[in-house]
Design a protein around this ligand. Structure first.
Ligand code: PEP
Length: 253
């Protein structure tokens, strides 16, 4: 069974105190996750250790970094390596969020290098893909996303991709309040699974958790997550509110 995941992406929000309070409020709901369900907090680097502590006794709760550098180590002032993240106990790393692609000019080569470094350091990448509005309007989203997968993932072995996590995040839906319809999400998720089945095999494709991201809220999560190929969500704004995120977690299949 592939994993069903509710992942919170805090982006550059919250002080450490606010972040810990948020996590504690969510944990106080005592949600008993099923074996195949996970909750991930993708938090700012300085809070990784602090948030690791309150979640350590809660089964299937994990922490993620929101990025790592594409070089192994060296004179890159201000950057954080995959090895460093692994050494502080991070479990996952978001790779290729559209905000990083856009504002920090991250290209396919950098993203595939980051993924390799994550895997070498026992970190699980959450690989983000998704099209801008102009591509959706031209109805070219399928080939656009396929190319993102090809450029950053296709060098990996089938073994590496078993149980991998991909987040489909249409850029026009991120932080805009516009959500893809559940039918649009299902269509793209099925396409992504199909692309992976064609390149690898159906066993690999069926093991990949494909999360939807883009204005997921408490009031739309159940419908979107209910789609056959949607295995949960990567959630920005709504994950900053305990009550919203609790409902989102409870909406997992
Ligand atoms: C995101 O940050 O990945 C995201 C999907 O944000 P939001 O839920 O706010 O659209």
């Amino acid at each position: 069974m592939r994993k069903q995941i509710a992942a919170a992406n805090w982006k550059m929000n919250l002080t450490m105190e606010q972040g810990i309070e948020l996590v504690e409020n969510i944990l106080s709901e005592n949600i008993q996750l099923k074996d195949d369900q996970e909750v991930i907090f993708a938090i700012p680097f300085p809070y990784l250790l602090a948030v690791k502590d309150p979640i350590k006794t809660s089964r299937n709760y994990f922490i993620a970094a929101q990025n790592c550098y594409f070089q192994k180590s060296g004179a890159y002032t201000g950057e954080v390596s995959a090895e460093m993240l692994s050494s502080v106990g991070a479990n996952y790393v978001i790779i290729g969020h559209s905000e990083r692609r856009e504002y920090f000019n991250e290209n396919h080569q950098m993203l595939s290098a980051k993924i390799n470094l994550c895997l070498e350091n026992n970190l699980k990448p959450i690989f983000c893909c998704g099209e801008p509005l102009s591509i959706r309007e031209a109805n070219e989203q399928n080939s656009f996303v396929e190319n993102q997968l090809k450029e950053s993932l296709f060098h990996l072995s089938a073994e590496h991709l078993k149980g991998f996590v991909i987040a489909y995040e249409p850029i026009w839906a991120i932080g805009t309040g516009k959500t893809a319809s559940s039918a649009q999400a299902q269509e793209m998720h099925a396409h992504i699974r199909n692309v992976m089945a064609n390149k690898y095999n159906s066993e690999v494709a069926d093991s990949i958790s494909i999360l939807y991201g883009g204005s997921v809220k408490a009031n739309n999560a159940a419908e979107i997550f209910g789609e056959k190929d949607v295995d949960g969500g990567l959630v920005g704004g709504a994950a900053l509110n305990a009550a919203e995120f609790i409902t989102i977690i409870k909406s997992l299949k």
